[in-house]
Design a protein around this ligand. Structure first.
Ligand code: AAE
Length: 669
């Protein structure tokens, strides 16, 4: 348990305390008779004890557009919950487009910048016009309520238009990034059988052109029940396939120019998104998210927790293959402008994104913890190099943000910034914990549990650890919990995935610790925790020590099984350029871990590799290596990885350096 209070790096200022949307919501609650709350803690406590009043207040405060009101807020509050806003009729896209529909003028609401083509700027009216025209074309292909439209698309305006057009018609949107291989895409879209597919002819990344013609033809041939492929000419010089199944984007829109957007009114739980689990242990699970859940939860996170609104602009560095894309797209509902970036964050250098933020006067920027860590390692000082005066909020996710990266952010970007490390995931297409304008930011800690979210740490027997490390569970019903899995009529696979570990409780699979003042520290994935000598150690505890050494570029830690049934801590390191893993370096790593973590954390073996495996959304895959060490290859799913070749190298390195026989068990080390 963390007993000492971590240093405060940011305190809410007068704007945050009095004028942020969270503050205005708090004051509105008092005026409307919901209750008076002296601080965020009191507000949060109310939000998790009066669940229905809380979500109802959000519906009212955020002004959900619905053609029919609800008869009750939640039919069944058990977990998984059922029947949110029963009786209502609404449309997801209509709610996202509310500012454009109210003022269909030329005010820029989408800016697209990338490596592949020149900057594109869309006004609200132009966005609506494209949505309407594309809907005309989709309707002509027979797309209607419940049909799937899937996109292997870049983070450009077309992806956004296609998602809005699709969900406006009551159809379901699902996307993957063009750098996914054919097998990985078929693993996903093959299950959901889309009627229409969107593809890009090619894309540029890190200065290199990637033609997708062959892959697009292979997908069109392999996907069952596909009617048409809408082809986006993203890469200059790359051609649309010469095949009548493929229709160029411009041609489709021109054929239906002038068509008005349509918003089919549907029950609140009608599906809008299908997202996918990483697929590293078998075929990816198809996670289905419903309209009201996405809408209400994203409204809460973006309006209240992120303090986004008209006049702001959000740039989240993501691809369409990560749920942060869906999260970012919802920011349209706040009236903020979206700044889409498609390409490498390091082309020509890591300064690229900071320069973009300055140029576009971005107020809210989101990225991965890894990107911030790389900026620290390269000694970047973006606050001194670029005019980042507009930047108010910085989000980080993907993996735990190291305490040193909190320091770097406040040194390199300035003290005024609200740093919001957020954590949740694809399963809820949102967050459990993150920042709030009413809560201080402390070094190394995610500031708070989000409103309505009753998350705790449980021990293996399902008891609240009351401040010690444990498995992250959620006890409150959330509208963003999936409406189900695809092709899982009786819901058994859905319940098995989240509710079988502790019946009636959502088990998320993270290893977490909640601090006395309400902050959260994520210690890695629960299924990747190490257990040497029976002591549970989160992998992030080791990454915190290893990846802050300048000589180490990356690392992966895993529990390697031993013949006596125990496990030993195995550390794989990727050395930074110009450094080698020699005896002195091994000694430095060991000493650092022993001094700053504990002797139990000290790895038995430390080996150098050239890369560690990542999922396509940028997460380390300890499990792939753990499974390899256990000799499990049954449902090996290497194409789910962004760099499957890393596994072969690790296998060779491990074979050359087997575990040494132990004189004493790990518990006494
Ligand atoms: C919000 C998140 O948790 C995003 C992620 O890491 O996948």
């Amino acid at each position: 348990m963390t007993t000492e209070r971590a240093e405060i790096l940011w305190q809410p200022d007068a704007h945050a305390l009095n004028d942020s949307t969270m503050a205005r919501y708090r004051d509105w609650l008092a005026r409307e008779g919901y209750g008076s709350f002296s601080d965020y803690g009191a507000l949060h406590q109310w939000s998790i004890t009066q669940t229905e009043a809380f979500w109802e207040s959000l519906w009212r405060f955020t002004g959900v557009i619905a053609s029919r009101g609800y008869t009750r807020v939640l039919a069944d509050p058990g977990l998984p919950p059922r029947g949110w806003f029963e009786g209502a009729r609404l449309n997801f896209a209509e709610n996202l487009l509310r500012h454009a529909l109210r003022h269909p003028d030329s005010q820029e609401c989408v800016t697209e910048v990338g490596e592949s083509r020149a900057t594109v700027r869309l006004g609200r009216g132009a966005l609506l016009a494209q949505v309407g025209a594309l809907q005309g074309w989709l309707r002509a292909q027979g797309v209607g309520v419940g049909d799937r439209v899937a996109g292997v698309v870049a983070n450009t305006h077309e992806a956004l238009v296609a998602m809005l057009a699709t969900t406006g018609l009551g159809a379901i949107w699902s996307s993957a990034s063009p750098d996914f291989g054919t097998a990985a895409i078929l693993d996903r879209f093959g299950q959901i059988r889309p009627k229409v597919l969107l593809t890009v002819t090619g894309y540029r990344y890190q200065g290199r052109d990637h033609d997708r013609g062959a892959q697009n033809r292979a997908l069109a041939a392999a996907l069952p029940r596909l009617e048409r492929v809408l082809s986006i000419a993203l890469l200059p010089g790359s051609a649309h396939p010469d095949d009548p199944v493929f229709v160029p984007w411009e041609q489709a829109l021109a054929a239906h120019a002038g068509a008005l957007p349509e918003f089919v009114q549907l029950p609140p739980d009608h599906p809008v998104y299908i997202l996918y689990s990483s697929g590293t242990t078998g075929v990816p699970k198809c996670i289905v998210h419903g309209a009201a859940g996405m809408l209400l939860n994203h409204s809460k996170e973006l309006l209240l927790h992120a303090d986004l609104g008209p006049g702001d602009s959000l740039c989240y560095f993501t691809t369409t293959g990560w749920m942060m894309w869906n999260w970012m797209a919802s920011a349209l509902l706040t009236g903020a402008r979206l700044v889409l970036y498609d390409g490498s964050p390091a082309q020509p250098s890591l300064e690229r994104l900071w320069a973009l933020l300055a140029q576009e006067r971005v107020s809210h920027f989101g990225t991965s913890a890894k990107y911030l860590g790389n900026c620290r390692k390269q000694g970047l000082t973006p606050g001194a190099e670029h005019d980042l005066a507009a930047l108010r909020v910085l989000f980080s996710t993907g993996s735990p943000l190291l305490a040193e990266d909190y320091d770097w952010v406040y040194e390199a970007l300035g003290r005024e910034l609200m740093l919001s490390s957020i954590s949740g995931g694809t399963d809820i297409c949102g967050c459990f914990v993150g920042g709030s304008p009413l809560v201080a930011v402390r070094r190394g800690e995610i500031p708070c549990r989000l409103l309505g979210v009753d998350v705790r740490a449980f021990d293996p027997e399902g008891r609240d650890t009351e401040g010690a490390r444990g498995e992250l569970v959620c006890l409150s019903p959330l509208p963003c919990m999936p409406v189900g899995f695809w092709d899982d009529a009786d819901g058994s696979r859905y319940r098995e995935a989240y509710f079988s570990r502790f019946p009636g409780v959502w088990a998320h699979g993270d290893f977490v610790e909640f601090t006395a003042h309400g902050g959260a520290i994520i210690h890695g994935r629960a299924d990747a925790t190490l257990n040497p000598g029976g002591v549970r150690i989160g992998t992030a505890e080791l990454y915190r020590q290893v990846e802050t050494l300048p000589e180490i570029a990356d690392s992966l830690v895993v529990g390697a099984p031993l013949p006596d049934g125990d496990v030993e801590v195995l550390l794989l390191v990727v050395m930074a350029e110009g450094h080698a893993l020699d005896a002195a370096m091994i000694q430095t790593i060991r000493q650092r871990i022993r001094a700053n973590a504990s002797p139990r954390h000290v790895p038995a073996r430390i080996l150098a590799v050239s890369q560690v495996p990542y999922t396509r959304s940028g997460k380390k895959v300890e499990l792939a290596v753990a499974r390899m060490l256990r000799g499990e290859t049954g449902d090996d799913n290497a194409h789910a990885l962004a760099n499957p070749e890393a596994l072969a190298e690790i296998a060779a390195v491990l074979a050359a350096a087997p575990p040494r026989p132990r004189a004493t068990p790990a518990t006494t080390s």
